[in-house]
Write a protein that binds this ligand. Structure first.
Ligand code: SF4
Length: 212
């Protein structure tokens, strides 16, 4: 377990979202060309998670939620992009700022928002019912080492995809049928980032390649 694990909600005010990485276009984490937003901090700590460097709640950027919503809205106006993918870290370990951001984006007309979470969809919708109105889809469930899958959109077979917006059914079913293991590499001066969902057999190789 990471030494940086904390009670997540205590570290954040609703107005600020801890961010690990923000990048676009991302081609490997949802249908089409997308903005990728990786939140900072995860209290779930799945064994062999490929994103262990995102677990720490401390440090990094804290984005003011209204400003971040405006920034994303402006990017969508200027760029030809299909949607926003939010991953982590664990997005729902910062529920206040996350939902604040989703409300702002909904008001701005951003329709295709996909969230990856290690929590179960039933728990998420029980706690935050408006998620079903603020997002297009959620991929849920913890990563299970040894329970590999051929589905390109999940890291282990136990995870599920819930589509909330039927208008995107065709684009999500096309994406779900895509080949497993497409990855995108970003080198931005801060480090080297691998974006996408690898095959389980490649997780260790990726960690070794990044020197972590
Ligand atoms: S797979 Fe997701 S939920 Fe699990 S430890 Fe990694 S970031 Fe957290």
């Amino acid at each position: 377990m990471s030494e940086t694990r904390r009670e997540p909600a205590s570290l954040y005010t609703p107005a600020y979202l801890g961010i690990y990485l923000f990048h676009y276009p991302v081609l490997t984490l949802g249908p089409g060309r997308r903005i990728g937003l990786w939140t900072r901090g995860c209290s779930i700590c799945c064994e062999d998670c490929v994103s262990g460097e995102t677990w720490a709640f401390e440090g990094g950027e804290r984005a003011e939620v209204d400003g971040l919503s405006c920034k994303i809205r402006d990017i969508f106006k200027k760029e030809s992009l299909d949607g926003l993918s939010i991953s982590g870290g664990e997005p729902f370990d910062q529920p206040g700022p996350l939902i604040g951001l989703l409300r702002g984006l909904d008001a701005a007309g951003v329709r295709d928002i996909l969230i990856f979470t290690g929590y179960r969809i039933g728990d998420i919708t029980a706690k935050y019912a408006e998620i079903s109105e603020l997002t297009a889809a959620v991929v849920d469930g913890p990563f299970e080492k040894g329970n590999d899958t051929e589905s390109c959109w999940k890291g282990s077979e136990n995870q599920t995809l819930t589509l909330f917006r039927p208008e995107f059914a065709e684009r999500y079913s096309r994406w779900a049928a895509a080949e497993k293991g497409r990855l995108q590499v970003l080198s931005n001066g801060r480090g080297i980032f691998v974006m996408g969902i690898p095959r389980q057999g490649d997780v260790q190789k990726i960690k070794e390649w990044r020197g972590r």
